[in-house]
Design a protein around this ligand. Structure first.
Ligand code: EPZ
Length: 461
């Protein structure tokens, strides 16, 4: 493919993702006003981007619906376009048509330039090895919430027969003898490594047994997509996934599962601002653990067919002790938005973060606004905890209630950034939140949604 055609495809992919980039990187919020109203959540960031990569495995076009208009989607669309996947917009909003008929190698420099701040490129390994026999994966971005190594991914790929060479700007992979099914046990039920194994095993020769797999709803949704394409995958008890490799996969038509992280974030915003928000598209089953905690803290919710109403029913908020965990536990992505509500609870709450080593950086800003949050970088060594999980953990001890006051704060990462927005919305007086562009990586049109919910803010688009 000529450079000109390739550029047109990349531009197409960008247009398909529409413009989500914010021209201004700061928002001024006048806090203290409860959020009220209805917003809709779209497809999950942590499924849609992977579903787009899955389309690479097929010989026929795929249709993905309910794709959120976020910058992580644009990055993946750009990378797919670079590899010859033609992406066009379908008839309904958020519908992508992905045609992988002409998959081809891309230049390392182009891949590197387009990979942006996403972690999804690592999932291109298996599909590109199957389609092209080689892959180059640039060094990864993503939120700075811990080391975020890729050793589980690389070990699994080697088990399939991939040969991996470290390059100055990333890794290059080949499979001189093809990819063959393997018996793999993950050291930890990593979401990304489970997806890596799925995307590689479906077309590998023979059978793959994956032990200690992650079973997040987004992974089950990805398995549904792969099954639609022709894959044979059994999810068995005790975190075992069994995959029988097939010779060829076709396309899929699929509506992405809703974004439960976005739903939980708006729920937390409703509670912290003492508001009432109907989150259209949210579903109960995938949020059960969150809903239990939300209720224990003193929030109320009503599950309807088309979404969930989250509100503050009046009365005091109650402190809780939470351990983040893999599914079906309390997601690590849910803790940051909820912490703001916990600053309003009457007493001491504790959050043990067991998934990432460094996910409390956002609390500095809350303390600046008047919160009383002490982060124990090595955890609290509480041996009475339900399950001993990792070598590391962090704990945050939040003592409330502490009214927050407006301040100038800078967004550190995606979920921490949303928590900063909530803090500013609840604070007395005016706050300036800078670096808000990061939030558009995972929250579709959060500015429009704030307007819909009646927030008082100034944002120059
Ligand atoms: C996914 O990240 C999500 N990202 C994260 O969402 C989410 O927090 C996380 O899963 C847990 O649910 C995407 O889906 C794009 P992991 P992932 O592999 O796949 C360690 C958000 O805000 N690990 O399950 O990268 C790792 O360091 C984000 O939307 C290794 O040690 O998460 C971490 O401590 C942030 N070696 C733990 O496992 C590896 O090779 C869990 O990571 C891989 C992971």
């Amino acid at each position: 493919m000529g450079n000109e055609t390739k550029q047109i495809l990349i531009d197409d992919a960008r247009r398909a993702g529409e413009r989500v980039g914010l021209t201004s990187d700061e928002i001024i919020i006048n806090g203290g006003k409860p959020l009220h109203g209805r917003i809709e959540v779209r497809g999950a960031k942590n499924l849609a981007t992977k579903a787009m990569v899955a389309a690479l495995l097929g010989t026929k076009p795929s249709v993905l619906r309910n794709v959120p208009n976020i910058s992580d989607v644009r990055v993946v669309a750009g990378l797919l376009a670079l590899h010859g996947v033609q992406i066009t917009k379908g008839e309904e909003p958020g519908e992508f048509l992905l045609d992988p008929s002409n998959v081809e190698s891309a230049h390392m420099a182009d891949i590197d330039a387009h990979a942006g701040s996403s972690r999804i490129p690592i999932l291109f390994c298996g599909p590109l090895l199957h389609r092209l026999g080689e892959a180059f994966i640039p060094d990864l971005g993503g939120c700075r919430i811990g080391d975020r190594p890729i050793d589980f991914h690389l070990d699994a790929l080697r088990e399939f027969g991939a040969v991996i060479v470290k390059e100055p700007r990333g890794i290059s992979l080949t499979a001189p003898h093809g990819l063959k099914g393997a018996n793999i046990e993950l050291p930890y039920p990593s979401v990304g490594a489970t997806e890596q194994v799925l995307l590689t095993a479906v077309l590998a020769e023979g059978q793959t047994e994956l032990k200690n797999a992650a079973i997040e709803p987004e992974i089950i949704d990805l398995i549904c997509i792969l099954q639609k394409m022709g894959a044979i995958i059994n999810v068995e008890p005790n975190r075992v996934i069994f995959i029988e490799g097939v010779e060829e996969l076709g396309g899929y038509k699929h509506r992405a599962i809703f974004d439960r992280n976005e739903a939980a974030s708006w729920a937390a915003a409703a509670l912290a601002t003492e508001g009432d928000v109907f989150v259209g598209g949210a579903k109960q089953e995938e949020m059960m653990t969150f809903l239990n905690v939300f209720r224990k803290v003193g929030g109320a919710f009503e599950v309807e067919d088309d979404g969930i109403r989250f509100y503050h029913p009046g009365g005091e908020l109650v402190p809780v002790t939470i351990e983040t965990d893999v599914h079906p536990g309390f997601m690590t992505d849910w803790q940051q938005p909820l912490v703001v509500a916990l600053t309003k609870a009457n007493g001491v709450s504790t959050i043990h973060e067991t998934v990432y080593e460094n996910r409390f950086g956002f609390t500095d800003a809350l303390n600046k606004m008047g919160a009383n949050i002490v982060v124990h970088k090595d955890g609290l060594h509480d041996y009475t905890r339900r399950v001993a999980r990792r070598d590391f953990e962090q704990a945050a001890v939040i003592t409330g209630p502490t009214p927050l006051v407006g301040a100038e704060i800078e967004v550190p990462d995606l979920r921490g950034g949303f928590s900063h927005l909530i803090a500013a919305l609840t604070a007395k007086g005016q706050s300036k939140v800078t670096n808000v562009g990061i939030i558009s990586r995972g929250y579709e049109d959060f500015i429009g949604k704030l307007t819909q919910l009646g927030a008082d803010f100034i944002f120059e688009a």
